[in-house]
Write a protein that binds this ligand. Structure first.
Ligand code: ADP
Length: 347
């Protein structure tokens, strides 16, 4: 029992004691009253009658006091039962006002209010996700259908034909990558621990990811500054590659031709750090607040080449690995992503 519970127990005991004393005192007063009003009767009455009068008076008075006091305790409990019932039926807008001074009841009311708020935001988030999901899937399908219809026409030039086919291929790629990202995200969100861990070199993995993106960065003549210290890491290699592919892919995507991307990784006593900086388009404060949200895309000029799931996925993997991911950015100057991972004891 903690201090608060002990205080509550003492308070309840004192209350019961006061009710008993109160009803005792009141019954004596009732007897005195009977004595004043029916003086003769009182003097001649048998002791049993007097005891009965005292008993009835103390019962009536005690019940009255208990009813009055229990209303004070039971009213918030009744409100609580009613509110929890509403929440169970799916009404998450319920909020209880707290007019009670008892700490435990105040705590209970606050917890139920917090629970309703959390459930409400989860519900809103779920609805948002379904809306975004439907929208993001519908857009490329509508576009594919539109260009396929154009291709059905007889009077289109070879050049237009090629252009429409390219659009259809790109939109199909986008749909395919969106489906696999959603599947991956759902899988990682339902996962609580990292499975299939092996030992691998993290610096080597980052180098491989950079190579996978070579087509994109060499096309834009991007300079790469690599400072990758050797790090032997113990985790799920395949899963971790999603972090680097997404961050590096974004750095390439949001850095204009001739720009520079610096990639650094090192290990100290407590953590492993991977830092990816670019001198690309950067982000304003509003964008920075939402970059890890599902389907969020800050820069409208690049909307066609992504689906806003990359960073949500990267963040989920980092969290699963027990690490942290953050971004620092300045519009027009560039962006730095910092990933800190715990040092694993198998390293
Ligand atoms: P996507 O890249 O598919 O749009 P992400 O989840 O990977 O989705 O990124 C979300 C948003 O974060 C991007 O749309 C972009 O606005 C912003 N962002 C991410 N990385 C960078 C970067 N290196 N430079 C500028 N903006 C970035």
């Amino acid at each position: 029992m903690n201090k608060r519970q002990i205080t509550l127990h003492i308070a309840v005991s004192v209350l019961i004691f006061l009710i008993l004393i109160g009803s005792g005192v009141m019954s004596i007063l009732a007897l005195l009253l009977v004595r004043i009003i029916y003086r003769d009767l009182f003097l001649t009455a048998a002791p049993l009658t007097l005891i009965s009068v005292a008993f009835v008076a103390s019962t009536v008075i005690g019940t009255g006091i208990s009813l009055f006091v229990s209303r004070f305790f039971l009213k918030p409990v009744d409100t609580l039962i009613e509110s929890v019932g509403k929440i169970a039926k799916g009404d998450f807008s319920v909020r209880m006002t707290n007019k009670n001074n008892v700490f435990e009841i105040t705590e209970l009311i606050n917890s139920v209010n917090n629970m309703a708020e959390e459930l409400g935001s989860t519900e809103m988030f779920r609805n948002d996700f379904i809306n975004n999901f439907s929208h993001e899937f519908k857009t490329p399908i509508v576009s594919i259908k539109g260009f396929a219809k154009q291709l059905q026409k007889d009077n289109i030039s070879e050049e237009q034909k090629k252009e429409y086919i390219d659009i259809i291929v790109n939109e199909s790629d986008r749909l395919a990558s969106m489906s696999s990202n959603i599947l991956l995200l759902t899988k990682f969100e339902n996962q609580q621990i990292v499975t299939d861990k092996t030992k691998f070199y993290l610096d080597e993995q980052i180098r491989k990811c950079i190579l996978l993106l070579e087509k994109q960065w060499s096309k834009k003549n991007i300079n790469l500054n690599l400072d990758l210290k050797e790090i032997l890491y113990y985790s799920n290699e395949e899963m971790m590659s999603h972090i680097w592919l997404n961050i590096l892919g974004n750095a390439v995507k949001f850095t204009p031709d001739g720009g520079t991307i610096a990639v650094k990784c090192y290990q100290d006593l407590n953590s492993v750090s991977v830092i990816v900086s670019d001198n690309g388009i950067g982000m304003d404060d509003k964008t920075q607040k939402h970059i890890f949200d599902k389907f969020y895309q800050g820069d409208s000029s690049h909307k066609s080449s992504g689906n806003g799931l990359g960073l949500a996925l990267a963040r989920r993997v980092v969290i699963l690995c027990g690490g942290k991911i953050s971004a620092k950015s300045q519009k027009g100057k560039g962006t730095t992503f910092i990933v800190r991972l715990p040092v694993t004891n198998q390293q």
